[in-house]
Each structure stands twice: as structure tokens, then as C-alpha cells.
Design a protein around this ligand. Structure first.
Ligand code: 13P
Ligand code: SF4
Length: 336
């Protein structure tokens, strides 16, 4: 995530007195956000890890692939991205002439941060004959160094679409990479990155939960470490997990991903029980500190003042757009 963006946005906000603004406690933020959507022809896109209030007010909720697809097809003039920086940046890359807003510009991603562009460029130079497939959770600079972008819902299809003898670097998530090596049988070179949220689920606590809920299905996101994935009855992207809880006849699920997804699971299956898998600390559930930087108040303020905005260099937009478009084309071909 480019720090300069944060500094620029901060200056703009300070100029407008935004940072000192206190929101009237009597203001109905839900109806204010609806009013601003119409007034500004704005669309609110939210990831499943956002707080429930934000999901409730969003026009569209999805996983990283669905959000990128929606960002590509929207007719709105302003895209308000309730998610993290790399997601809003992807929306901007696909819509260079639209205004893309992120309620809190500090909403980064530990996985994206685990792949600094300079180091990755040097790493890539060691593998001249390899194609670079990169998980969307990375900076635009890393995307520009990649051949194809993928998400957790299309990674397997994208890898399988390549000739069997094609050598591949997979970055930045080593856990997702290891899972994909198993699924596809490809011997990929992995970058050593990971997500701080998915790495800290406690195997011991999940095992105890399974004993207390013997009929519960364990479902996990492929960013989790192998020991957790081994316990899972089903592994999938956030939308894959959500679909599984709707379609599977089980009535109890232990959910090993960020706990924000439980809101949609509960809405779609009100009679089922969803238990967040606990992390190896004193918390009962696992929240992404970056995703949760966005609040309903910040969402309202960013729509009212049209700040903080994602600003990108034109050349970087062009270079990072190609591998994203390649991902979207392949996904379309496979009906994803
Ligand atoms: P998906 O919603 O694409 O599965 O991604 C999960 C995630 O960690 C996003 O940051
Ligand atoms: Fe990044 Fe992990 Fe948070 Fe997703 S959950 S935004 S991968 S830190």
C-alpha cells in the first residue's frame, strides 16, 4: 500500500476539516447513505468481512472475484469500496476514470504487505521461465509484475487452464499456494507470504469444539495453514463457504475464516448455528484488524466528502490492468 496516498488523503481531509468532524448522533446514517447513493450515483461494494451494518447498507456484497467483476460492470459514477486497499485499488485499475473511495485508507492487508515489490522483482528474476500467478491480495506494483491474477474462487481453474509443463511462481500466499499444489498436482514455486488472520486459528480449540459439536461441519478458507485445512469438511473462498452452508443439510458449522462472513450465513440460514473458529489468543472469534477499520460513520463521511480517494499513477494502472483482465477473461470462460 502506497504511504503517499495516505498522506495526500490526510492533507485533503484536514483541508476540508473532515478530521475534526463529529457526526450528529441523531443522524440516521442508513438513510443518509441511501440519499448520498442516489444524489451522487454511487455504488457501495462490500466484502463479507465488513461489519454487519456496512453489509446491510451495501448494494453488493461479495468475495474478491465477485467484487472485481461488479467493479468492472457498474454504471455508477462513484465506487465506494467497503473493503481493504488492494480491493479498492483493483476497482480503480478497472475504472481509471471513475472516482473510487475507501472509507479508511489505512485498511491494508498483512498478506499484501508480505510481498514488497522490490524483493519480489529480484525473486522473480531467479525464475526466468516461470509464469507468475498472483493472488489478488497484493499491491498494484506486484500485480504489474505478474502474468495472471487469481482469487481463491478461480485459482484452481486458472492453474489448470495452463499447459501441464508450464512452470509457475505462485505469490504471495504460501498457504493457499500449498493447498493449490495439492489440488492441481503442480510443483509451483511459492512466495513466503501469509495472512495474519488465517494463520492464527487454534487447532486445539477447533478440536475441542468438534468434540462438543460432533455433528458440526468444519469449513475453512484456503488461506488457513495445512493443519487446519486437514480438519475441514469443506474448503472454499468466502462465497464458496457461504454457498456450502446454504446447500449442505447440516445445521451446525464451525467457520474457520474471518468472522464477518457469519452475518450473511445467519441471514441466509436463520435456523442454522454458526460457530466462529477461535484463534490462538484470548479472543473468541477472529477479526481482520484492517477490514474492521471501516465503520458506518467513516462510510458516510467518505460519501459526503468524497475522500479518501484512491489515486494511482497512469502507467501503474496500465501495467497492473493486464493480469487482472486476463483473470477476468479466464473466469468468464469457465463461467466463474
Ligand atoms: P475471498 O473473499 O476472495 O475468499 O478472500 C478472502 C480474503 O481474505 C480477502 O481479504
Ligand atoms: Fe488481508 Fe487476511 Fe485481512 Fe484478508 S483477512 S484483508 S488476507 S489480512
Amino acid at each position: 500500500m502506497a504511504d503517499i496516498n495516505i498522506e495526500e488523503a490526510k492533507k485533503n481531509l484536514e483541508k476540508k476539516g473532515f478530521l475534526d468532524l463529529e457526526i450528529d448522533v441523531n443522524l440516521d446514517l442508513f438513510s443518509e447513505i441511501e440519499r448520498l447513493k442516489i444524489k451522487k450515483n454511487a455504488i457501495v461494494l462490500a466484502h463479507y468481512y465488513q461489519e454487519p451494518d456496512i453489509q446491510d447498507v451495501a448494494d453488493f456484497i461479495g468475495d474478491s472475484l465477485a467484487l472485481a467483476q461488479k467493479a468492472q460492470s457498474t454504471n455508477a459514477d462513484i465506487i465506494v469500496f467497503a473493503g481493504v486497499h488492494f480491493m479498492a485499488e483493483t476497482a480503480k485499475i478497472l475504472n481509471p476514470h471513475k472516482k473510487v473511495l475507501l472509507p479508511d485508507l489505512k485498511a491494508g492487508c498483512s498478506l499484501a504487505d508480505s510481498a514488497p515489490a522490490g524483493l519480489f522483482k529480484k525473486f522473480k528474476e531467479k525464475y526466468h521461465d516461470h509464469l507468475v500467478i498472483t493472488y489478488i491480495n497484493c499491491s498494484a506494483e506486484i500485480k504489474a509484475l505478474s502474468d495472471i491474477i487469481c482469487t481463491s474462487s478461480n485459482a484452481e481453474a486458472i492453474i489448470n487452464s495452463l499447459p501441464k509443463d508450464q512452470k509457475i511462481i505462485f505469490a504471495p500466499d504460501k498457504n493457499l499456494g500449498a493447498y493449490l499444489i495439492k489440488k492441481t498436482g503442480r510443483d509451483m514455486v511459492l512466495w513466503n507470504g501469509s495472512c495474519m488472520v488465517h494463520e492464527i486459528f487454534s487447532l486445539e480449540k477447533i478440536t475441542k469444539l468438534k468434540m462438543r459439536h460432533p455433528n458440526a461441519k468444519v469449513i475453512a478458507h484456503p488461506e488457513c495453514v495445512e493443519a487446519i485445512l486437514k480438519e475441514a469438511d469443506f474448503i472454499g473462498s468466502t462465497s464458496g463457504l457461504l454457498k456450502y452452508t446454504v446447500q449442505n443439510p447440516a445445521t451446525e458449522f464451525i467457520v474457520a475464516t474471518e468472522s464477518g462472513i457469519l452475518h450473511q450465513m445467519q441471514i441466509k440460514s436463520p435456523l442454522k448455528t454458526f460457530i466462529p473458529a477461535p484463534p490462538n489468543n484470548s479472543c473468541a472469534c477472529n477479526n481482520c484488524p484492517y477490514m474492521k477499520l471501516n465503520t458506518l460513520e467513516k462510510l458516510y463521511l467518505c460519501m459526503e466528502y468524497e475522500e479518501p480517494e484512491i489515486i494511482m499513477d497512469e502507467k501503474l494502472i496500465q501495467a497492473s490492468k493486464k493480469p487482472i483482465e486476463r483473470m477476468l477473461e479466464i473466469s468468464k470462460k469457465f463461467g466463474l
